[in-house]
Ligand binder design. Structure first.
Ligand code: 3H9
Length: 695
């Protein structure tokens, strides 16, 4: 294997190249190579200045994340960067691509910085449950204000090269594809000027208002609820302001190590790799997706409009079909409003908006307008009869080779495909509401779906900036099947004594973006009701069925859309709806249930045990290929806290045996609902984790 770091002499300039594809991560071999190169350049009398640059598509995108969790190996990054900074010969760093984490910290340790205009620079460690652990929290506030440092480090979002120039992080921009040459030219300029080393660590920190840190911590306690890394970032930055550089650096290192050992770090890095692994499927390896330029969307309701906007924003041409002229007008207006929202958020400029409405988007009530589309996505009412009718029409109209997709959230994709003459072209593309915002796309692969149709689903998701997860056909696929199951578990907890608000509060404290009852109110209670009615004929007589949710709907409470549901929504505020408790109490009385105190921990335990148990079944049945596919689904479509890594990662963290123990405990109350999944029992018997099934 070629060495990842090389040193060449170019006149008086020592040129150090880092070549460790794909992102030049700072693996131990790179750190060793850099140390040797810097030492060699220091000793070489012919060298007057040093340039460091990255080969390939980017400078260094950070530490090698794969090394985290393994025993650390020398040379460590903070020491290496100190060594670079200590160089008596000026060190220039030439930046392009993504300059992130340890890569950015290394750049801060160099003396002069030149960047290509499209460079992105940032410290995303917090998104991995870490803090910048190689001097980033100490050097950055010596170049920019402490406020800006806090924003960059606690949010983790990168900044543009223009902004970095304005802030004084970089010295100049160079419009070129050859950053090596730009670095050498800058070094030669500096040699000619007689420029010396310029050490960021020797600069004073910018002055701050004393209350700045407390205010920032209070904000983070809300915006980053449950997460430990953002607050540790604050401690490290405060250290930069209050301590001499060396002490601040030592404190940063200690805090970094603490985070490195945390469950949140493991969970967030699991999420990072799972999201990159989820699209790697043997069935589509090497398979070319079909070409998609024109999309048809059937149905202009919330989902159809969201799918339309998502498609338009990714450059596709869209024809939307609605029932009649009036519905067509309504759909055009909904789509236009969503696009205006994109303009307001800066995702679309006015010219592009005008162009889309003039030439990329049209709506019609005649299916014949879909004759040319490469992909038709059905987003109509969730009824098998209605869907089969739509697919019969699509099959008759759409050209050969066009993909026919259903946005169904529960229904049998094979049964839908069966009404067409081309089941191999049929697939489920389950978008999540609002479809132009939510990241998840469940790609539901039917029995006869062709591999290139599956590959197209994944390619479409990528084009839309979404994350696709492969799901097999079953009622509710991965996400909604798990949801239906944990809903039964929490409805059971309500009958046993907890109130919906207690459940929501306990799960929000656990880290969910919203509690499940608040989510139901938002989605519309009629949706779950219709679904429960659909599956009612097949309900097992042994199931303990809680019917307070149905009663609530029968009384016309559909959640936010009617102003009342589990909560009363008024004037932008939501209060618990007292009628719900009356319904629940009536049901408890009717069923002769003696209520008891159910604390927040038990609510979380029930919720997680139900989720993990059903997920284990889903993996065992092959509906989800691996546990990581379940995690990616729950993280991106169901508001599961990313810093817990997903339900399977959570199960591994607390131990699959603890989940099994809980299931057996709850089974004493309802042994039909709480039957352990065979896969979970097997893992416990063999002492294995869910992660062991991800390979
Ligand atoms: C850090 O630096 C800590 C320091 O403060 C202190 C240390 C003491 N390591 O995302 P992509 C892989 S923490 C190892 O698909 P893109 C990735 O898994 C780090 N591998 O491409 C994938 O592999 P595969 C701070 C990495 O173009 C391949 O590269 N830095 C790393 O869409 C391509 O990745 C970060 O948090 C890594 N650091 O996006 C940056 N990064 O092909 C994390 C990527 O086998 N990285 N890989 O699936 C990113 O944000 C994106 O990868 C990046 C490229 C924007 C760079």
């Amino acid at each position: 294997m070629p060495k990842p770091v090389s040193l060449k002499l170019c006149g008086e300039v020592a040129v150090i190249e880092v070549a460790n594809p794909p992102v030049n991560a700072l693996s131990v071999a790179v750190r060793e190579g850099l140390l040797q190169a810097i030492e060699q350049a220091a000793l070489d009398e012919r060298v007057s200045a040093i340039v460091i640059y990255g080969a390939g598509r980017t400078f260094i995108a950070g530490a090698d994340i794969k090394e985290f969790g393994q025993p650390p190996k020398e040379p460590m990054l903070p020491g290496l960067i100190n060594k670079i900074e200590a160089s008596e010969k000026p060190v220039v760093v030439a930046l392009h691509g993504t300059v992130l984490g340890g890569g950015f910290e290394l750049a801060l340790g160099c003396h002069y910085r030149v960047a290509a205009p499209n460079t992105k620079l940032g410290l995303p460690e917090v998104t991995l449950g870490l803090l910048p652990g190689a001097g980033g929290t100490q050097r950055l506030p010596r170049l920019v204000s402490v406020e800006k440092t806090i924003a960059m480090i606690t949010k983790g979002a990168p900044i543009s090269a223009d902004e970095a120039l304005e802030l004084g992080i970089i010295d100049k921009l160079e419009e070129t594809d050859d950053m090596r040459a730009a670095g050498i030219a800058y070094a030669e300029e500096l040699i000619a000027e007689g420029a010396k080393s310029r050490r960021t660590s020797e600069l004073p920190c910018k002055a701050v208002e004393p209350e700045l840190f407390d205010t920032a911590r209070a904000k983070l306690a809300k915006s980053a609820r449950g997460q430990i890394a953002p607050l540790k970032c604050m401690d490290a930055i405060q250290g930069a302001v209050e301590l001499p550089f060396a002490e601040g650096l030592a404190q940063e290192r200690a805090l970094f190590r603490e985070l490195l050992d945390s469950d949140q770090r493991s969970a967030l890095i699991h999420a990072f790799f799972a999201e990159r692994q989820v699209g790697k499927l043997p069935e589509i390896a090497g398979v070319n997706p079909r070409e998609i330029a024109a999309v048809g969307v059937v149905g202009g309701g919330t989902m159809g409009a969201g799918i339309t906007v998502s498609s338009l924003l990714s450059g596709l041409d869209v024809t939307l079909i609605e029932r009649d002229a009036e519905a067509v007008d309504r759909a055009i207006s909904t789509v236009s409003k969503l696009l205006q929202g994109a303009v307001k958020r800066g995702k679309l400029d006015q010219a592009a908006y005008d162009m889309i409405l003039a030439s990329k988007f049209r709506a019609n009530h005649d299916y014949a307008a879909l004759a040319h589309v490469d992909l038709a996505i059905e987003a109509v009412f969730e009824s098998m009869e209605v869907k089969r009718d739509v697919f019969t029409k699509l099959d008759a109209i759409c050209k050969p080779g066009a993909i026919l997709a259903s946005n169904t959230s529960y229904l049998d994709v094979d049964a839908i495909a069966a009404v067409t003459s081309r089941p191999e072209d049929v697939i489920g593309l389950h978008f999540f509401s609002p479809a132009h915002v939510m990241k998840l796309l469940e790609v539901v692969v039917g029995e006869k779906t062709a591999p290139d149709v599956t590959a197209t689903g994944f390619a479409l998701a990528k084009r839309m900036g979404k994350i696709a997860v492969r799901a097999g056909v079953c009622d509710g696929f991965i996400g909604n099947r798990i949801l239906a199951h944990y809903r039964k578990a929490i409805d059971g907890a309500v009958l046993a004594g907890a109130s919906p608000i207690e459940i929501d509060n306990a799960l929000v404290a656990f880290g969910l973006a919203m509690g499940p009852f608040a989510v139901s109110d938002l989605a519309g209670l009629d949706i779950g009701w219709a679904n429960r009615k659909r599956v009612a004929p097949d309900r097992d007589p042994r199931e303990v069925y809680a019917d307070f949710a149905d009663k609530l709907c029968e009384q016309g409470h559909f959640g936010r859309k009617t102003g009342t549901g589990y909560y009363i929504h008024k004037d932008g505020k939501s209060e618990p709806n007292p009628e719900v408790l009356q319904l629940i109490e009536a049901e408890r009385a009717e069923k002769g249930i003696q209520t008891r105190e159910i604390d927040a921990q038990e609510i979380v335990d029930r919720y997680m045990a139900a989720m993990v148990n059903e997920a284990a079944r889903i993996v065992e049945e092959g509906i989800a290929l691996r546990p990581l596919d379940v995690d990616v689904t729950l993280l991106n479509g169901y508001g599961f806290p990313r810093w817990r890594g997903g339900p399977m990662q959570y199960a591994d963290t607390v131990g699959p045996d603890k989940i099994l123990k809980d299931i057996k405990k709850f089974a004493a109350e309802d042994d039909f609902l709480w039957q352990p999944a065979p896969l979970l029992e097997k893992l416990v018997t063999e002492g294995k984790t869910f992660a062991s099934l991800n390979a």
